[in-house]
Design a protein around this ligand. Sequence first.
Ligand code: PEP
Ligand code: MN
Length: 357
Amino acid sequence: MMIIMKTNATPQQVEDVVEHVKAAGLSVHLSQGVEQTIIGAIGETHSIPVDRFEGLDGVEMVKRITQPFKLCSRQFHPENSIFPLDGFTVGGDEIVVIAGPCSVESRSQIIETAHAVKEAGAHALRGGIFKPRTSPYSFQGLGEEGLEYLVEARQQTGLPIVAEIMSQNQLDLMVKHVDVLQVGARNMQNFNLLRSLGETQAAVLLKRGLSATIEEWLMSAEYILAGGNKQVMLCERGIRTYETTTRNTTDINAIPVLKNLTHLPVILDPSHSTGHADYVSAVARAAIAAGADGLIVEVHPDPAHAVSDGKQSLKPEKFAEMVRQVGQIAQILGRNLASARDHSLFLEKPVVLSEKE
Ligand code: PEP
Ligand code: MN
């Protein structure tokens, strides 16, 4: 951390700041220029907020040299984090595609969609069972019943399942039955939930908050890593801007920026980031071209009758075309879509939740 003193700072003010730095357990490197003094604060600065020094008399500004996030930073872990997920890996050379409906609506809907997305080349199945809806009067998800259908879809197709967890009281159920726990945009800063997930070894897909900066998002990932759970992937899902023609604005910049700042895998959700099926494939292609490790895409067999997010859901045929296109883009970059998994592992898994209890 660098503490830059005002040009008119007195020797006493410099001395006081030096004492504060030492009291924080840091060592001091003093650089006295002709006009300005810079105090280097050296040591474990991650846990020390910059405002601890910013308000001191004679201080002009305080700048961090190391990132405020440590465990997810590339500075401390230069290699990509690659984690295995039921036969494929996330974060390495392979590109993963997660697909499925916004919400699990019925047994037949999720089973049909699971087979369709698998046929089209998806590696994992998504489906919301606890839905974070803006209105309390909108469909809130099928809950445990939906989870049973999702588990059956996994058993039939072998696709690992991705579902959103909204609260800590869903943790035991979700950890037991779901392969990847999604933390939605609205919960990115639910720090109690993040801490609880940190205490598990479940794979977590952490979405970016609606208006979160990349640094805030990485600090949220840090909460999970700090608990000992290293299986975190980040998902860019669009941010709020002044633009209204799309639901959100896809922050493509976030992909190379994150790849630079963190070793965690980065995937993109072109469905929520655009809000419109017409734009999903183009943005999915752009994400892979920009270096994303994967995609999560909403697919519905009958989008016009979907209970949530039908407008942004692809029909299976469109999704299959998208998968082919992103596969070609991946190859140009020397990467490949993840290869087909060994599904035999899954056929052992029970269908009904109560059977597994
Ligand atoms: C979803 O994946 O259906 C969802 C609600 O996403 P987000 O949290 O990105 O809005
Ligand atoms: Mn959705």
